[in-house]
Design a protein around this ligand. Structure first.
Ligand code: MRU
Length: 339
């Protein structure tokens, strides 16, 4: 792996680039202060990048894994091993397994075919984001005030974004007056990434401590909580960044609508409900430390579930590239997939 940096981020960025038969990933751990592209040439290196959060966000993880698989094909390496090492990188985002299945399902070791498939996965995701952005934005009224969580933008996807794609599309339609971005402890994707993306697009954004959401919902007229998803079960239960479930409960209490924006590659219809979704447990040090500095007493125990499950009953709508699923449940989801 190698890296090159710019002192200031360019206005337009790509989180994932395929260049001269290698994979470039924007190192999201360094944002917003440093714009560094790292170069990867093996599936094992890409798996490390996914595990260590260089690239994150469900669709982006899937796209990176597809390119990682293609990298090992280019080098003539064992593709079963490539599949295995990538599949072990992070457990919750089903887009990872979906993308690997698509690559392995081609039943070929031909590098050009596998690179082309990875590129298709990448391009299709951008299109899907634009479609779901329009579907989701069609539900917003003028002057909408929106609360979002984690980062679901161009950084987390092939481009445009899922929840942030809906916000971008809604803003372009003149319907969004204010976005509140929850900071998203412990990785601070909201503060470091979402605020950065929205500010570059001149979309009004205020950063909010996660714990301030309840007071904000009580005092301000928030119209929508809009979030992404890492895996959606057949009954519409949604695994997403830890803290999403609390926001959905709070939204219900305050009469605020909840929208989940996700491509169909984020659905796992093999799981009947959310209790079956594997939840990633990340190192305690991510909670006890900030930027490598301890913020808790030495030896302090911590739990660090990276995702939670929001029951379908708390979700008003799921926006996908195929259309909107109102009041998601097993039947409405099956209906969308039957189309
Ligand atoms: O741990 P992360 O940063 O990969 O988690 C990301 C999220 O939870 C996003 O909300 C989800 O992947 C949807 S992004 C389009």
């Amino acid at each position: 792996m190698s890296a090159h940096s710019h002192a200031f981020p360019p206005a337009a960025f790509h989180a994932i680039e395929w260049q001269h038969q290698s994979l470039l990933l924007l190192d999201q751990r360094a944002l917003p202060h440093e714009h560094r592209m790292n170069e990867y040439n093996t599936a094992a290196e890409v798996a490390d990048a996914i595990r260590s959060m260089v690239v994150r966000g469900a669709p982006a993880i899937g796209i990176a894994a597809a390119y990682g698989y293609a990298l090992d094909a280019l080098a003539g390496r064992d593709l079963q091993q490539a599949y295995q090492v990538l599949a072990e990188s992070r457990p919750t985002a089903v887009n990872l397994f979906w993308a690997l299945e698509r690559m392995a399902g081609l039943n070929t070791e031909a590098p050009h075919a596998l690179v082309a498939e990875a590129r298709r996965i990448h391009e299709e995701d951008i299109l899907a984001n634009q479609m779901m952005g329009q579907y989701g934005a069609s539900l917003l009224h003028n002057d909408s005030m929106i609360y979002t969580h984690c980062n679901t933008g161009a950084l987390a996807t092939g481009g445009h974004g899922t929840a942030l794609g809906v916000i971008r599309s809604g803003f372009a339609d003149g319907k969004v007056s204010q976005v509140y971005a929850g900071e998203t402890r412990p990785w601070l994707q909201g503060a470091r990434l979402t605020a950065w993306e929205l500010m570059q697009d001149n979309i009004p954004v205020s950063l909010v401590c996660d714990g301030a959401a309840a007071q904000l919902f009580r005092r301000e007229k928030i119209d929508w909580v809009i979030v992404g998803a890492d895996r959606i079960a057949a009954n519409g239960d949604v695994a997403n960044k830890i803290g999403t479930y609390s926001l959905a409960v709070l939204a219900k209490h305050h009469g605020i609508n909840v929208m989940v924006a996700a491509p169909t590659s984020t659905f796992d219809l093999s799981l009947p409900g959310g209790d079956d979704i594997p939840i990633e447990q990340r190192p305690a040090a991510e909670v006890t430390h900030l930027n490598g500095q301890p913020i808790a007493p030495p030896g302090c125990d911590a739990i660090n579930p990276s995702f939670d499950v929001t029951p379908a009953g708390l979700i008003d709508v799921i926006a996908t590239e195929k259309g909107l699923i109102m009041q998601p449940d097993t039947d409405s989801i099956a209906l969308l997939f039957a189309r």
